[in-house]
Every structure is written in C-alpha cells, then in structure tokens.
Ligand binder design. Structure first.
Ligand SMILES: [Fe+2]
Ligand SMILES: [Fe+2]
Length: 175
C-alpha cells in the first residue's frame, strides 16, 4: 500500500490509531476478541483499495456511477486480499467488510442498520470519516478536528451509533 498510494497509507495509519483510541476508551474487556487482530483490521481496513486504479482513487472530480460501483467493492476486495495472504481473522473480516455501513442503513455494501453493524466496524467507520474530513482532498481544504467533529455531529449524525460518537468526541477532551 505504501508504494501503491501514499495518501491511502497515511489514512490507514490514522484510522488505525483513532480506532485503537476509541476501542480502549470504550472497552476494558474485549471478551473473546483479540485486540491485536482488531488492530490489523483497523490498519488494513482499506487494503481493498489496492485493487482500484489510482486514476479513480485520486480523481478530483465527481465519480461516475460505474466508478462508484468499483469503489464500493473495496471492502469485499480487501477481504479477498487478506484471505489470500492468510490474514483474514474473524476480527479483520468484520472490520474490512463492514467499515462503510452506516447506522441508518444507508451505507454499503449491505446496507446493514443499527446494531446489525458490529461494534468494531462502528468504531472504524467513525475514525474513517473523521480522518477523511481532517485530510486534504484535491477538491477541498482539510478541516480542523473541531470543524470535522461539528460537521459529523450536525450533518452526519444519522450515520453513526450515537453512543460511539459521543465517546469519540470525549477522546478529544482528554488532557
Ligand atoms: Fe474504505
Ligand atoms: Fe478508509
């Protein structure tokens, strides 16, 4: 990924770090799940983008419906890549396949809603959107953390589990 697309690599690191922050804030005890495997899922949530041409990935104008269709395959492609590298643990599969599902059911690929979305994927989705907003895009400036959280709260709140989102905001209030 580092050689394929450096901005996706940067994004992956940031999402991994924010996701670990939110996970450790929310759960003292992970039960049967393995934090190490979850971390792999967080850091590699967008590995499927390596199968998309960088012309589409870095396009600075609106994507065509066909291009969107290709973008929306990256969760499935990511699982395939991990599987072929013997790295598709249960934790990684959940995160990679569900990280674009939205709480209101309007995400992809399956349109899962509410608690049908796994807690790990809810965490990754919030970190993913936050890093997207706070990163530079060819078509807009990057937002500050405060502006990004405000946009998420005012314009995108239906996309997130409210409890998870308020815990995420609390991460930024810590000294
Ligand atoms: Fe993604
Ligand atoms: Fe992402």
């Amino acid at each position: 990924m580092t050689t394929f697309d450096f901005s996706t690599y940067n994004h992956s690191i940031n999402v991994g770090i924010f996701s670990i922050g939110l996970t450790t804030e929310m759960f003292d005890n992970m039960g049967d799940f393995n934090l190490k495997e979850m971390v792999t899922g967080f850091f590699l949530h967008d590995i499927g983008k390596c199968s998309i041409s960088s012309r589409i990935l870095n396009k600075n104008s609106a994507l065509s419906p066909t291009e969107w269709k290709i973008i929306k395959k990256h969760p499935e492609e990511g699982c395939k890549i991990l599987k072929s590298n013997y790295a598709l643990t249960e934790e990684a599969e959940i995160i990679v396949s569900q990280h674009h599902e939205h709480y209101n059911g309007e995400g992809y690929p399956k349109g899962l809603q509410g608690d049908n979305i796994h807690i790990f994927a809810k965490i990754c989705q919030i970190a993913d959107v936050f890093d997207g907003l706070t990163s530079f895009r060819p078509y807009r400036r990057k937002y500050t953390s405060f502006s990004a959280l405000t946009i998420m709260k005012k314009e995108m709140y239906r996309d997130f589990d409210p409890e998870f989102f308020s815990m995420f905001v609390k991460l930024f209030l810590k000294q």
